[in-house]
Design a protein around this ligand. Structure first.
Ligand SMILES: [Zn+2]
Length: 454
């Protein structure tokens, strides 16, 4: 099916203008600016099979590229799977995702990585790529990674997730020297976290603190983040690695990144996530373990500084860190047993549109253009003729109430339940296929594997 998206307001590359977009064979075939003569059915230049979508009053943006998700497949599919979460993704205007390796089994070999690509080819409604996980003993697998076909290597830098903690210095040095593609790092210092845990348990035993959700930023502290991020940046500079530090949550870490060079020339980049821009430590009382995540959500001052860093180009991208757990895994039990992470991919656009005060050019830059530039993704992330037709129509006048009842993620709940948004995604195209249309999914086609121009 070909589409003619008529009279939309395009938001692309810093500009906002009325135009119509002709989608043919999965690509953006033509952009016709307001006033120019475009193809039409009456003149015979538009094939009769072309479906016209009247987009008057709506905004057309490039599909969102979410560089940081946990879709839990294989092995943890009671929480989420590639089909259910890619559905939530396209409902949220996300047309491409990059999934993390802390599944069961962990994605630490080329063979296991290929198995994930095979699963996605069968099940994903959005375009996809997968990270290979680094361990203390899989360098031989890492160096085999094809940078044109795989988004990156995930490094848990000083933070343990199963056996994916890389804590041997000689391994880190070789990884930073020899990785054939981008290293995406989770930076929190395990030793600091351990010491804080011991200290808080001791205080709790004396009745001086209560181990509820609000203790989280006192265990997973600013210092834990800074110490680990500092080390990662230091090593990347020493050994010439391409480093992307994930989910920055503190003001202090911002000093490690720069904005005096263009993104395409940066070798060290940074991401933050919607929840660090939406919540702060004043929300623990109401939300409790719903907003427990790693790194922890920190202070109001951190939140404001992160927002400023996005505006100034110190932080380059927004990734969701969409990490579903079942309600039971979050809310039964105590601080130590409650799982960290929560779903968010379905609402990232609306939440960020609100946080950025409807500054759509900035939102598009942070969530569409910059991930495409940073990962050097082939022909996506922009509305350009010849690019893949990953496109999203947005109504900026009509919001909706976020509700657990409307959650497409398998876990069926959201930490944003009860929040009124002021925009909504109406149409999502993936490779020119209309996969989401006003609450209805068209699931005939599957997304494609992302390719990288490296
Ligand atoms: Zn994550």
């Amino acid at each position: 099916m070909n589409y003619y998206i008529k009279d939309a307001t395009l938001v692309n590359e810093g500009q906002t203008f009325v135009a119509s977009v002709f989608v043919s064979d999965g690509k953006i075939a033509k952009i016709v600016k307001d006033g120019e003569v475009g193809p039409s059915t009456s003149s015979g230049t538009l094939a009769p099979s072309t479906k016209v979508i009247d987009a008057t009053g709506k905004y057309l943006i490039p599909g969102i590229i979410d560089e940081h998700v946990h879709f839990r497949e294989p092995g943890l599919t009671h929480k989420a799977d590639i089909y259910t979460e890619s559905r939530a993704a396209v409902a949220g205007g996300v047309t491409s995702f990059m999934d993390m390796p802390n599944t069961v089994p962990q994605t630490t070999t080329q063979e296991l990585l290929q198995q994930k690509f095979d699963l996605a080819a069968e099940k994903s409604l959005a375009n996809y790529s997968f990270y290979l996980g680094a361990t203390n003993d899989n360098l031989d697998e890492i160096v085999k990674t094809d940078p044109k076909r795989v988004c990156g290597i995930k490094l848990f830098m000083g933070s343990s997730t199963g056996n994916m903690l890389v804590d041997k210095n000689e391994v880190l040095v070789r990884l930073f020297r020899e990785s054939p593609c981008l290293i995406a790092a989770h930076c929190e210092d395990e030793q600091t976290i351990h010491e804080n845990t011991v200290c808080c348990k001791d205080l709790a035993s004396k009745g001086e603190v209560i181990l509820d959700a609000s203790i989280h930023p006192f265990i997973r502290t600013t210092e834990a983040c800074y110490k680990s991020s500092f080390k990662a940046v230091d090593m990347a500079e020493k050994f010439g690695a391409r480093l992307h530090v994930l989910h920055i949550s503190t003001q202090k870490e911002l000093s490690l990144f720069r904005n005096d060079i263009s993104l395409k020339d940066k070798k060290i980049t940074a991401e933050t996530c919607p929840h660090y821009l939406w919540f702060d430590n004043s929300n623990y009382e109401e939300k409790s373990f719903a907003i427990k995540c790693n790194p922890a959500i920190k202070s109001h001052r951190d939140k404001e500084a992160l927002l400023q860093a996005l505006r100034e180009g110190v932080i380059d991208t927004i990734g969701t860190d969409h990490a579903p757990h079942l309600r039971d895994e979050k809310f039964t039990g105590d601080y130590f047993t409650s799982k960290s992470g929560f779903p968010s991919i379905q609402h990232s656009f609306e939440l960020m549109a609100h946080v950025l005060q409807k500054d759509l050019p900035l939102l598009v830059q942070l969530m569409c253009h910059n991930p495409a530039i940073l990962y050097q993704i082939d022909r996506r992330g922009f509305i350009r003729e010849g690019y893949y037709a990953d496109l999203v129509l947005v109504d900026m006048d009509e919001g909706q109430m976020i509700s657990d009842k409307n959650e497409y993620s398998k876990c069926g709940w959201s930490p944003y339940d009860g929040i009124q948004t002021h925009s909504r995604i109406t149409h999502t195209f993936v490779n020119g296929n209309l996969v989401f249309e006003k609450g209805i999914f068209h699931e005939e086609e599957r997304g494609a594997r992302l390719c990288f121009n490296r």
